[in-house]
Design a protein around this ligand. Structure first.
Ligand SMILES: Nc1ncnc2c1ncn2[C@@H]1O[C@H](COP(=O)(O)OP(=O)(O)O)[C@@H](O)[C@H]1O
Ligand SMILES: [Mg+2]
Ligand SMILES: [Zn+2]
Length: 370
């Protein structure tokens, strides 16, 4: 285990095409390079772990690559690419503003900006977490950004665009990095698992992707954790256990019992859930999400809004067919109320039990109204 490299580092994309889920950004950047329309300053903005630093490095390498093919990807072989990959490039400099945020740090960088590149045409400065610069450092940097020498290109990255001075923003071409979709994360995990010869279960990968909330880095760290926990066998059960997530199956059962008006069944299921150590409010939120998925399944137009594994999708279809729209909407309303009052409730268990009883009474209520 001594030479174990975490997946987030081992699988950092080295070319534009391998960056997952950001194709509109990578295509725009490639076109700009191809047409020689490169801006002098970029700002990459988006939540953490979505590929900002990765893309900044690829862009920097591509601009300086001496062996650029027609696909506009860095070759990762020429002297410029390899020296950057090995961390001693003179033409691509990276400043992590999270740990180097003083005026002196920026002055050092500005000194570097003035010196023209020895090889190649461009000198590229990546300033990561740029919102962390102190305000005096920001001001010192502003002058350079206003009138940069021709050879200088700046790539700024941040998770907090609102902390960047408008004068800086107005000088940058801004790229908004989106959270990565669940399917795309699952695909990436699957391809890494194949390369690492790790057994995985698609359902399990989905739960990991959901937990990662759009951040690939988080998905990879969770994945690593479960790989070691499960002895290289990422089953659905192992993921649920490790992440303390409730099996989809419980929600299907609760709704089936509600449709059949079986209060006793639901009280017993809920008892089992509590016995497993799950928290009531987590259950209410999960059940609401489940109902939302059922509703989304009812209409072809909203079908793409459901993000669950393929084999579970079929189960959603089946249950959505037997649940009326009125039932789902009333149930969602009821759960929302329960959630709002849950925190203040003195008997939390009872408040959910009451909700379950009401849930089992919706069908009867709807029948009397017909
Ligand atoms: N869009 C993506 N495609 C593939 N891997 C990604 C992507 N975004 C992040 N990663 C993974 O997460 C790690 C950290 O990504 P990074 O680019 O540093 O994120 P950010 O700078 O947005 O916080 C990368 O090394 C890579 O393994
Ligand atoms: Mg980063
Ligand atoms: Zn190259």
């Amino acid at each position: 285990m001594s030479n174990f490299v975490v997946s987030a580092r081992k699988y950092r994309p080295q070319t534009f095409d391998t960056v997952v889920g950001q194709s509109s950004i990578t295509t725009t950047l490639k076109n700009a390079i191809k047409n020689d329309h490169l801006a002098q300053a970029f700002l990459f903005f988006g939540s953490r772990g979505v590929g900002k630093t990765t893309t900044a490095r690829i862009l920097a390498k591509t601009i300086n690559c001496s062996n650029l093919g027609s696909d506009i990807e860095p070759c990762n072989q020429c002297e410029s690419c390899t020296s950057f990959n090995e961390g001693h490039s003179f033409n691509i400099l990276e400043l992590d503003a999270a740990s180097n945020n003083s005026v002196d740090d920026i002055r050092n960088l500005i000194d570097q900006v003035r010196i023209a590149p020895q090889i190649g045409n461009h000198k590229i400065f990546i300033i990561d977490e740029v919102h962390m610069l102190s305000s005096s450092a920001f001001n010192a940097f502003l002058k350079t950004l206003e009138e940069p020498p021709k050879h200088a290109i700046f790539i700024l990255a941040t998770t907090e665009k609102h902390k960047i001075l408008p004068t800086i923003l107005s000088r940058c071409q801004i790229f908004d990095f989106h959270r990565i979709q669940i399917d795309a994360i699952v695909g990436q995990l699957q391809s890494i698992a194949t390369k690492e010869k790790i057994k995985v279960d698609e359902k399990g990968l989905h739960v990991i992707a959901q937990k990662a909330d759009g951040a690939m880095r988080d998905a990879l760290s969770i994945f690593d954790q479960i790989v070691s926990f499960s002895n290289q066998n990422v089953t659905y059960e192992a993921v649920l256990e490790n992440l303390n997530v409730l099996d989809y199956d419980y929600y299907f059962k609760v709704i089936a019992a509600a449709l059949d008006e079986k209060i006793a069944d639901n009280l017993l299921i809920f008892n089992e859930i509590l016995a497993k150590g799950f928290d009531g409010s987590q259950f209410i939120l999960g059940l609401s999400e489940h109902l939302r998925n059922l509703l989304v399944c009812k209409d072809q137009a909203t079908l793409e809004l459901i993000e669950v594994p393929t084999e579970i999708k079929e189960l959603y279809f089946q249950q959505s067919k037997v649940s009326s729209q009125a039932f789902i909407v009333l149930a969602l309303d009821l759960l929302r109320d329960t959630d709002i009052h849950y925190r203040a409730s003195k008997n939390k268990r009872l408040s959910i039990e009451i909700a379950l009883m009401k849930l089992c009474s919706i069908q009867a209520l709807l029948k009397t109204k017909q």
